[in-house]
Design a protein around this ligand. Structure first.
Ligand code: SF4
Length: 368
């Protein structure tokens, strides 16, 4: 289905899937309650990947609302995004990186999204004048790269994307620009648009590359359509990397993770991070795997991967920085600051006593 048709036929209400889920009227009502708080949106393509006969289907878990989202354990801003916001839609946490929240829309509203507080919802957190964000970046010469995120920036019009690129590629001290986008996974038809590909070709310069950082979470998402989307992006001179989120019931087993990483390498997408699922309200109880269990899963997966497939780091985006989860030894779990809000912490290693229930750094006891 062409992209514009996909967007016209987007699935946005529980009633549209209630019969496939075999929901009773009461259950339908409960899910409607969920979607009143966090809207539902699934592209026809992504919906078509669901095997409705399998109650544990991973695509279904990531896309279809669940009653587990009524669980309020957790909080909404888990990485201190508010405290790093310099103007609406622009965050500056790590010296060399600026983050722009370009939109609150996506092709699919992933049920595990860590920006659940804003996707598909009215928000003041989105960039208002991109020119102002570009000016901030221009004035901060320590910034050498920009991540344009959201929501999903590649659901925006080509015209808007070109404005972003025009302004950012003019800034001399930027060495690369990234789009954080799940469209290769959830709306691959977006890359059948020759105008978008021409934009990529024009602005991905040999010495200032564009990157699409995407989020494949399960091998089922690697389909002829998504492979073709990746191939078109790469052919346009844009590089690709992947950030998987470790998700309970989706990819929390070594075989699935190893297969995913191998397949990503084979289609030309570099495995970049496996992220610990954040303790987000309406997400945590549903999707978060305890960290110690995560370590074991990741290590077993790595044992089955070649060097290229296991380049990724298992990390968590904590308020204090990007913390790599290194491993467990003698009853202790070891961490290292890969990125740090406070530069003095960069590279710092530290340990905590193993706690099998801990899902986030703050859950570990700091006492000896
Ligand atoms: S596409 Fe990205 S921003 Fe949008 S809902 Fe999914 S994870 Fe969140």
């Amino acid at each position: 289905m062409p992209e514009h048709k996909e967007l016209e036929n987007i699935i946005g209400s529980v009633e549209q899937v209630a019969h496939k889920l075999g929901l009773s009227p009461d259950e339908t009502e409960q899910l409607k309650q969920v979607t009143q708080i966090h809207p539902m949106r699934i592209s026809p393509y992504y919906l078509s990947l669901i095997n409705w006969n399998d109650p544990d289907d991973p695509i279904r878990k990531m896309a279809v609302p669940s009653r587990e989202e009524l669980n309020l354990d957790g909080f909404y801003d888990t990485s201190g995004e508010a405290e790093n916001t310099k103007m609406p839609g622009l965050q500056h946490k790590y010296a060399e990186t600026a983050l722009i929240l370009s939109t609150n829309r996506c092709a699919v509203y992933c049920r595990h999204c860590f920006r659940k507080r804003l996707v598909g919802l009215p928000t003041e957190e989105i960039v208002k004048r991109f020119e102002d964000a570009a000016e901030y970046i221009e004035n901060h010469t320590e910034i050498n790269n920009v991540l344009v995120s959201g929501g999903d920036p590649l659901v925006l019009s080509n015209e808007v994307i070109e404005t972003f690129l025009e302004l950012l590629t003019k800034i001399n001290h930027l060495s690369f620009i990234r789009f954080g986008s799940r469209t290769p996974v959830t709306l691959p038809s977006r890359f059948s648009d020759p105008e978008l590909l021409a934009l990529f070709k024009k602005y991905s310069q040999m010495d200032k590359r564009l990157y699409v950082v995407t989020q494949f979470n399960h091998p089922k998402e690697i389909t002829p359509q998504s492979i073709s989307a990746v191939s078109k992006i790469l052919n346009a001179g844009v590089l690709m990397s992947n950030q998987t989120v470790l998700l309970k019931g989706v990819n929390d087993n070594p075989e699935t993770l190893a297969t995913l990483m191998d397949k990503l390498v084979s289609i030309g997408v570099a495995p970049y991070y496996v992220f610990q699922c954040r303790p987000v309200k309406r997400v945590k109880s549903h999707f978060q795997v305890p960290i110690c269990e995560g370590v074991r899963i990741v290590e077993k997966a790595k044992a089955n991967c070649n060097g290229h497939s296991k380049r990724f780091k298992y990390a968590m985006s904590h308020r204090t920085g990007k913390v790599e989860i290194l491993g467990i030894m003698n009853g202790e779990i070891y961490f290292k600051y890969h990125e740090a809000k406070d530069r003095e912490n960069l590279g710092l290693m530290f340990k905590r006593r193993v706690d099998e229930k801990a899902g986030w750094l703050d859950d570990f006891s700091t006492e000896g």
